[in-house]
Structure formats: C-alpha cells, structure tokens
Design a binder for this molecule. Structure first.
Ligand SMILES: Nc1ncnc2c1ncn2[C@@H]1O[C@H](COP(=O)(O)OP(=O)(O)OP(=O)(O)O)[C@@H](O)[C@H]1O
Ligand SMILES: [Mg+2]
Length: 234
C-alpha cells in the first residue's frame, strides 16, 4: 500500500436519529488505508453511531461520508452489501450464533459470499488457528470463555480478508490480560495492512498498543492525536 488515499473521508458529517437526537455533528476527518484508530469519548458521545455510518448500518443525515470510494448518503442496499464484503465488524456483545458451531460462525461471511466448501474449510481453519482456537472448531460458543468468544468474533471479522475492521468496544467485557491479547490480534492484522477503527473506554490499552486517538464529545470531534509517535525517524 504505497499511496495513502483516504479510505474514509468525512466532511461536516451529521447524523440525526428519527427520534430527533443529533448523535454526530460537524465531524470532518480523513482516515487513510492502514491506520489504527481508536474512537474514544464518554458514554453517549457518538462512537457507535459514527461506526454504524461507516458500515452502512445507518445513513448520514447531512455532510459527506465516503467509505472505500462509496458515497454513504447515496449507497443503496446492493452497494452496502458490496462494502460489507470488505469490512469486518466486531460488536461489543460479539453476536455469535449460539446454535451454530465455532466453525459455522466463522464460515458465515464466506457462505454469504458464495465460497465453495473446498476453499472455505481451509480458510476457516486458518483464521481460527490464528486466534488460537484451532482445537475448538466444533465447540458451541456457550462452551467458550468470554475472551475465547471474542476471539471467535475476531476470526469471523477477518475471515474474508477485509480492507478494514470496525470494532465497537471489542474488549469491553474482558479482563486486562485478555483484552491485551485480543488487541494483539488486531494490531497484527493492522501491520498486515488492515485499517482498524475501534471504539474503546479502555484507555490503558493505548500504553501497550499505541495508535491514532480520535475523541468525540456530545457528537463532535474534540481531539485527534497519536498516543505515540506514528513514525520514528530511526
Ligand atoms: N438508534 C438510536 N435512536 C436514537 N438515538 C440513539 C440511537 N442510538 C444511539 N442514540 C443516541 O445517540 C447518542 C450517541 O449514542 P452512541 O450509542 O453513538 O454513543 P457511544 O459513544 O457509542 O456510547 P457508549 O460508550 O455508551 O457505547 C446518545 O445520546 C444515544 O442515546
Ligand atoms: Mg457505543
């Protein structure tokens, strides 16, 4: 990835819910391909709302939002589906299917995309091995710990080789050591070129896993900095 075209471009972005609540207002922000971005801010600041717009879960009310070349105010269902093929989403509550095995949970995005079984099986095995769960293929999610379930959610998000991963408080329910391990996987994917946008309240994670920190307050962008030098001159 030599040219850093902004993968995400926001200009005076605004989101107002049908209730009349303005969750995001006046946000202007560019995110180049390959960045690791933390979205921080108090509860209700608008982190989840901003992320929802990025994967087409909700449409911006005004302003401009371009994601991977798509205008998200105009994107129809087909366009949103296409975009999601290149986007991994991790929710705080992970949303695993408890009636399906770990294997089937991770295979799901590939099945949706019509992958044939002979191609799908090795890919699912590979991503589950990557998150250290190669031996849990045929387990059901309820037999896994919270951290293991979250790793299944990461495996599912990365299985289709997405250009970006949107993670909404993926470490919210985890102890600090488990949270760090989950972040190790995301950092590693980021090093391979995947853009990561992650909402978090766990600011202590920034010490071990630095990145760009974008702070929202009451729907507005109030700070944008790096928790460590993004590049060193050494
Ligand atoms: N579907 C919705 N309909 C109406 N208002 C909503 C909806 N979702 C969120 N809001 C409101 O928009 C504002 C921003 O909410 P959002 O969920 O984006 O905050 P957040 O920063 O993710 O908070 P948290 O850290 O608690 O997850 C809040 O005032 C919230 O009540
Ligand atoms: Mg939220």
């Amino acid at each position: 990835m030599s040219v850093a075209l902004p993968q995400i471009h926001m200009q005076q972005l605004m989101l107002r819910y049908p209730t009349g609540k303005t969750a995001i207002s006046g946000v202007t922000l560019d995110i180049p391909q390959g960045q690791f971005v933390y979205l921080v801010g108090e509860s209700g600041a608008g982190k989840s709302s901003l992320m929802r717009m990025l994967y087409g879960g909700v449409r911006p009310s005004s302003g401009r939002l371009m994601v991977q070349g798509s205008d998200m105010r105009r994107a129809g269902d087909a366009k949103v589906r296409e975009l999601r093929r290149h986007t991994g989403i991790i929710f705080q509550d992970h949303r695993l299917l408890f009636a399906r095995t770990v294997f089937e949970n991770v295979a799901l995005p590939l099945r949706v995309q019509g992958w044939k079984t002979e191609r799908l099986v090795p890919r699912v095995r590979k991503v589950l091995a990557y998150v250290g769960l190669a031996d849990r293929l045929w387990s059901y999610p309820e037999a896994l710990s919270g951290g293991e379930q979250q790793r299944v959610a990461i495996a599912r998000a990365m299985t289709a080789n997405p250009a970006m991963i949107i993670a909404d408080e993926p470490t919210g329910n985890l102890d600090i050591d488990t949270a760090r391990r989950v972040l190790d996987y995301l950092t590693d994917l980021n090093r391979q070129g995947t853009t990561i946008i992650m909402a978090t309240h766990d600011l202590h994670l920034l010490e071990s896993h630095p990145g760009r920190v974008v702070e929202l307050h009451a729907g507005r962008l109030i700070a944008d900095s790096y928790s460590a030098q993004p590049k060193s001159d050494t």
